[in-house]
Design a protein around this ligand. Structure first.
Ligand SMILES: [Zn+2]
Ligand SMILES: [Zn+2]
Length: 316
């Protein structure tokens, strides 16, 4: 019953946004800094955001803040000003604005207090999250990407890497960020004497990862300023060539954004290349996130496998 209620209210909220004609943009920002009282920050943000019809997801912890929000166009300057004045450490906060008008990115406001803004579980007294890898801009990225002494490491999830990534980049595959971080030192050991360039969607995972690698004695660790989003934004603005190829997975209802025409994704069923988007298996007990080509889609009807297809027919 509770689930049903949630489902219905989500549907109503979605509809509300859909018929609303307000132009909206997605803003994202994060910052590692010590917050004495996360609840106080949460209360302040809640009032401002609710008053200005801001939607999205905000995580606050003792170690900082991480947010992706959808803001009505008219309130963007006001919200940026308010966020930068929330706390002295947010004064020079860089807020990333997405280029397109995005109405359907979020349909509700979720603000939560979390133990960490990105979960990783690095627990060591000597670990210093403030000592991070050097940030590099888009022009430098384009220079390093063709240099064999630089290794580009994707710090996102496997399913994100599968549909698009930086040219020549590698990934240490794992189901969770925590596991990826754990396996990373061994994975990168053979590149210890090279320059490591880390990247993720918005840059936040690389703050943590780069300080972890520096802590482990890696000498030359870089990270892309603002992550892939920052890189693309800057490249477009300065008319630089873009070496992020394929599609970018985004964490809102759009799921992905096409950056270049390159196709990396393969159909789960026949393994042929396909441009189709991720879908969830229609069997709600499975709900697997996967890609299916048009041919297989007509055979399996958006189920991930014959098994799920039969299951649904038999039990539902
Ligand atoms: Zn197929
Ligand atoms: Zn399935």
């Amino acid at each position: 019953m509770k689930l049903l209620k949630k489902f219905v209210s989500n549907k109503i909220l979605k509809k509300k946004i859909l018929i609303d004609t307000t132009k909206r943009f997605v803003l994202s920002f994060y910052k590692y800094f010590f917050i004495v009282n996360p609840q106080k920050i949460l209360n302040k943000i809640k009032i401002i955001f609710e008053q200005n019809n801001v939607l999205g997801r905000i995580y606050i912890s003792y170690e900082g803040i991480n947010a992706q929000i959808s803001v009505p166009e008219n309130f963007i300057n006001k919200i940026v000003y308010c966020v930068q004045n929330l706390h002295i450490d947010l004064k020079n906060l860089k807020i990333q604005k997405e280029i397109h008008n995005q109405k359907m990115a979020f349909w509700k406001l979720i603000i939560k207090i979390r133990p960490q803004i990105v979960s990783s579980q690095i627990k060591n007294f000597f670990f210093n999250p403030k000592k991070v890898g050097k940030h590099i801009n888009a022009r430098t990225v384009n220079k390093y990407i063709h240099n064999k002494n630089y290794v580009f490491v994707d710090m996102r999830n496997d399913y994100e890497y599968q549909i698009g990534h930086f040219k020549n980049s590698i990934i240490c595959s794992a189901n969770t960020f925590r596991k990826q971080l754990k396996n990373l030192p061994k994975f990168l050991e053979k590149f210890r004497n090279k320059n490591i360039v880390l990247y993720c969607t918005g840059g936040i995972r690389c703050e943590k990862t780069s300080s972890f690698l520096l802590f482990l004695g890696f000498k030359n660790v870089f990270q892309i300023k603002g992550g892939i989003l920052g890189y693309i934004h800057e490249s477009k603005k300065k008319k630089l060539p873009i070496y992020f190829l394929g599609r970018l997975f985004v964490f809102d209802s759009r799921l992905e954004e096409r950056i270049t025409q390159d196709i990396f994704s393969k159909c789960k069923n026949c393994n042929n290349f396909t441009n189709n988007k991720y879908i969830n298996c229609k069997n709600n007990f499975c709900h697997l996130l996967f890609i299916q080509c048009n041919v297989c889609s007509s055979i399996f009807q958006s189920f991930c496998s014959k098994k799920c297809q039969i299951f649904k027919k038999t039990f539902c």
